[in-house]
Unconditional design. Structure first.
Length: 441
């Protein structure tokens, strides 16, 4: 199945490669089980620092390099890793210099969204494996390029869809596919938070600790403002992708997985920036509705500025079938109901989940996904979330955002996810790049 999916997706990306008996693009790699895995972590102000600490706690894993354009964030993370491991990683500002290191096995990417695909491509070209946080790309075209790079250079690329490695979520999806609620035909997902206004930014000098030119990287240059870095870039189309990809990618990945859905054939979106009048560009309130050619559908609701829970939790998914319902609360447990709404099965995991945690709502469970990546490099396991599936689950909310921005329903080619018969929407499939920063596979 993975091999067939790969061939189909290479046709999607317009690239053809010969396959051997083992192929990294399908999440399979012939590594060395005894190998120590040397990692470099890019972007460590928040999520990247968390990943560095968690990877550092794994057996036979060494965090040798910390890469950040903010010297304060870099030095803080270096000190934290030294405290955990007793070894001091080397700090490097430019990821391109990091990727020249011969002892580096893999790059962990937690930089802003506009760097995700470019850094992935650069790492693959340098012969490094990649763990890239969701979303795997800033726009659909970059997602296809990331697939091409992983295939061309035969590198493992795992997206940070941690629920793919949660044991009970795997079990839930298996039961869905086995018909525990009959034919699952619709899924509803949601994410809520209580984010405050980002205000109106003012032009300001770039802080001495920040290399702002390198932070912008491949993105066309924009003046520095005092309400952009470190987190608010998420809400600007130029660098970020909004809540739909910042958090919705997780729920959408689970829904698409559970429904057995591939590329969509119809996408629409409603919402806007309603809570405050400020510089925030992406929706703070959004509902994306997606149809798939296997007669299934999903919806995802994001409320960035109103924390009222749904089904008692701040994020989750409900699957609806012709013989029952599954309620998944975002962690590692789920409930099964019959058509009389009677609870017939409950799978529990007491690991706490905090939907409002900006760094890691499922902090105690994420380690399994990181271990899967390391084990795949050693050749012991297959990746739980390949770049192929990562791209498909990233593409759905990207199409939702495009539908939101052009204000209409998008018809989609179910063979490759491309937008049909809409030139204005198709312009948002890719982006312009800073002169001299060419993104090539």
């Amino acid at each position: 199945m993975e091999r067939r999916q790969f061939i189909q997706n290479m046709a999607v990306a317009g690239t053809t490669f010969m396959l051997g008996s083992h192929t990294a693009i399908a999440g399979i790699y012939k590594g060395s089980p005894a190998k120590k895995v040397v990692l470099g972590v890019m972007g460590v102000n928040s999520r990247g620092a968390f990943l560095a600490q968690k990877f550092a706690g794994l057996s036979d894993v060494e965090i040798s390099y910390i890469c950040d354009v903010d010297s304060n964030a870099m030095n803080k993370c270096i000190a934290e890793i030294e405290k955990i491991t007793g070894k001091r990683p080397k700090g490097i500002t430019d990821v391109r210099q990091l990727l020249e290191k011969k002892d580096l096995d893999a790059l962990v990417i937690a930089a802003p969204d506009h760097w995700h695909a470019p850094a992935t491509i650069l790492a693959c070209q340098a012969g490094k494996h990649v763990y890239v946080e969701k979303p795997c790309s800033h726009n659909p075209h970059e997602g296809e390029l990331a697939i091409q790079a992983a295939a061309k250079y035969n590198r493992l690329v795992q997206m940070g869809s941690q629920r793919r490695s949660f044991s009970n979520v795997q079990k839930m999806v298996q039961e869905l596919h086995s018909g525990i609620i009959g034919r699952a035909y619709f899924a509803r997902g949601w994410y809520v938070n209580n984010r405050k206004s980002i205000g109106i930014g003012k032009a300001a000098p770039v802080p001495a600790n920040l290399n702002y030119d390198l932070w912008q990287g491949y993105a066309p240059r924009r003046p520095y403002k005092d309400n952009l870095i470190h987190y608010n870039w998420h809400w600007f189309w130029h660098w970020g992708t909004g809540e739909a990809l910042n958090n919705g990618t997780h729920e959408i990945d689970v829904m698409r997985w559970g429904l057995g859905a591939d590329f969509p054939n119809r996408v629409t979106s409603g919402g806007g920036r309603f809570a405050f009048k400020d510089d925030w560009e992406t929706p703070d309130t959004q509902t994306i509705v997606v149809n798939f050619p296997n007669d299934t559908s999903l919806s995802w609701e994001g409320r960035s500025c109103n924390p009222f829970n749904s089904e008692g939790v701040g994020r989750g998914v409900v699957f609806y079938g012709d013989h029952g319902t599954i309620n998944y609360g975002g962690g590692n447990g789920y409930q099964v109901f019959d058509m009389d709404n009677k609870l017939v099965k409950e799978v529990k995991d007491e690991t706490p989940v905090d939907a409002s945690n900006k760094v890691s709502p499922t902090e105690m469970l994420d380690r399994v996904h990181l271990q899967n990546f390391v084990n795949a490099i050693r050749g012991d396991e297959q990746l739980n979330q390949t770049i192929i599936n990562g791209h498909k689950s990233t593409l759905v909310p990207q199409l939702g955002n495009i539908a939101q921005r052009v204000g209409r329903v998008l018809n989609i080619d179910p063979k490759n996810g491309h937008i049909l018969h809409d030139a204005e929407a198709a312009k948002l499939w890719s982006r312009e790049y800073q002169p001299g920063w060419d993104l090539k596979v």
